[in-house]
Design a protein around this ligand. Sequence first.
Ligand SMILES: Nc1ncnc2c1ncn2[C@@H]1O[C@H](COP(=O)(O)OP(=O)(O)OP(=O)(O)O)[C@@H](O)[C@H]1O
Length: 904
Amino acid sequence: MSNFINNLAYEASAGSGKTFMLVVRYLSLLFKGAEASKILALTFTNKAASEMSERIVETLEELENRGELAEIAKVTGFSKEYLLEHRTQILKEFLSANTKIMTIDSFFTHILRKFSLYASLMPDFTTASAQHEHKLMSRFLSEVSVANKRNVLIDLSLESKKRVSDIFTLLNQFYEKKEELSNFSYTKSFDKSYEAKALEALENIQKIVAGCKGASATLQKAVNVDGFEALISTTWVYQETLEYWVFKKCYIPEMDSNLQVIQEAIQEYFHQREQNFFYALNELVELYKKSKKALYIDDSELSFSDVTLLVYEILHRLDDSEFLYFRLDSTITHMLLDEFQDTSIIQYEILKPLINEITSGTGVSEEGSFFFVGDVKQSIYRFRGGVSALFGEVAKQNATQVDKLRTNYRSQKEVVEFVNNTFIKKIKNYTPQLVRDEAVGGYVSIKTNDEVLEEVLEQVQNLLALGADRDEIAILCATNGDGEAVKNLLDGNGIDVVTETTTKLINQRSVKAVLEYLKYLYFGEELYRHNFFTLISRELEPIERVDFNRVNLLDVIKNVIDRYELFENDFHLLRFMSAVQNYQDIEALLFEYERLDVSAAASDISGVRVLTIHKSKGLEYEHVIVMDRLKKAPPSRDSIIYKYDGINLQSIYLRISGRDKIDLDYAEALAREKALIEEDSLNALYVAFTRARENLFIVKKTKDSLFDLLELQDGSFGELHCEVKEKKKQVQYGEFHYKDLYYGTQAEILALEEEKEEDLANINFGLATHYTLEMMDSFDEVAIEGALDMCANKFGFALEEGEFSELERRVNALVQNREFLDLVDGVHYKEKGIKYKNNLRYIDLLVKKEDSWVIIDYKTGEQFEDEYKKQVKGYMRAVSEITNEKVEGYLCYLLGNGIKLKKV
Ligand SMILES: Nc1ncnc2c1ncn2[C@@H]1O[C@H](COP(=O)(O)OP(=O)(O)OP(=O)(O)O)[C@@H](O)[C@H]1O
């Protein structure tokens, strides 16, 4: 019997199988006959989106052995046999469908492209996580100047005691919350009548004191203030009553009534300051918006928040928005949302009509369904406009059944219990998780050590010594800076580290190959064809060019993948394909892909993972080390306090010190803000601890610790145990010889490395020499001629007169050098890229002799010999590790006075 519930949500703890159920849901829909192109699955990060596609494929491929099988059977009511029988068909359909598994940001970008003309934009705009800040700043400043609002900006700066760049942050907040703030209005006022009221009351108090015999000198001094400014900087005006301290002896009730008058006046003063501030900010937001718009129209580049706001405007403001939604809706019948707790209110507002349409079942989609999962305890993006109350609200608004998942499927007993015991006292309504039967082990250690980095290193070394798989060790830290510090330390101790950059999608081989292929189709340059076949380890063959005006980019990519059978087990390509959908055309892709901020499938990248807690969401590792922050956290001092009632923005306040003592509303908002910040930190720790499957290590400091909130005691639970798995096979680098003319070549890498130290002429000469040598197929005079032609084409403009013939002379000398020719007698691999320590390095010339290897590194000057030697030694180590054979390295100097070979 089918158990399919149309509107369903899971509000469940970490590791309880929310993502698992999302995949089950997606597949159940497919098995029930839904078209993949009509299922919209939205995630928060690109990583999550691509992982979801991967999991769908993997699950189908291995369905008979997967836990999902039983769940899908339960949900759909189909027998396991039926499901197994149909999975190949489903997989085929899924792979060929135009699937809609993506981030919320890319979904909104799609919408905006579709309706871009409503926003006076061309549809080929590009997106980035943020607009170019400097450009925006200077544009804004000139707008401010033109609008004659410089004083407004200066006043704001003075008022908030902030720099203009900080005012920028506030402007951006106001800009992003524009919709929520649209019902707020601010009044500008310079009426200072409150001052007179306060000073009159002060005078009354002064009189009382003057008439009081027992008035001490301290008291007389305390009330002896001159003017309003001085009055508000005393401490006594903020007391509840004056029946205290030095006032006590002279206290009469009249004192307090005057105190109250003073406090009301101060409140009025604060209020006026706040209103004037918001008024000014609001005025500038208009200019800010204008500058942003000008910039995105000029550059055709939008930030994700621009996209979101524009989509909101288009869908909600235009008269024909119903029609717009209709057009969207007709292509979406089912909606699945991951990590719902991090959805912002405006994001939900955009999705809302679509969800309504789907769930009401009266629109285009009779059989629609809505599903979302999340965990309010893992909400850590409050600062980005995520309000955790949204979860319940949305369930209510859409008549969604909210179920729980009680069992933890991720972690071992000790970890689950430690997390339960730690957070039950700290997080409201915490429901302890159940341990699954077979999870009887696990280990948790809490250790205080002020040398945080050393402690972390030791823990990693210990784990590795016990046989832990380095890919299964993750170090979670508070900030990117801390991550950098750990990475450097581990690197320095010979431990491979994987961070965000090493895992970029465009740095993966299969993706590179496809890009080379596309470049060949577009530029027609032979080298790209050559590179492509080299990268996919095949013999060179002809490639038919295509006319990009007539074919769809994605089809071209699918075609190359099919034709050369590139897909097999390569999830990078799957990710790449979904990323490509964001590019308007081939030009946009080829000229912009370097900025593509998508990470690769983790499977074939190796090393200890170092990442921030925020980035660790949704991930899991066998061993997790959560380290304390290395520096003290800066106090949170947001100038504006936003107070929400549920999901509705109720009021906003300007932070003014002392204000909480006399303004109850403000005090409440401030207290709530503080509680929310604390909740965020607590949630972040919850996320961090729940990433561990087997072993969890907490490294904390004695002071200013990230873990202070939890009051952890040093100690350990359970027994440390590392399952030693068979070591993964070394990745084969054998055929990776890969030339590239226009980017990322050895020549350019050298340029980056040496830029600082040599003058330009030397650099160019060196690059041209390298390039010539790279272009030579063999070491003879015929090859020199061809290579020099190519060099003249590429570097002719950059070389000085005479340099070219000097280059020719040196290269000729090289091919006549007996010692060199003997050394290079063997099979040549030029421009050999080797992936070592997660860096791609290029060896000028690698020679395979009978049972050994020779590395040759060309140089045109001797001034940095020590550096050069280090570099070659690095290559030698890499090659010897990969091949397990004898390796020799040589620096080969092509100098003005002859060839010099130096063994390293
Ligand atoms: N019903 C199940 N049967 C077998 N394994 C499961 C089941 N549910 C989840 N798992 C496994 O447990 C682990 C955690 O599940 P999943 O990642 O879906 O949890 P989650 O609730 O999304 O966690 P988080 O909130 O931390 O992202 C995964 O390795 C998953 O494959």
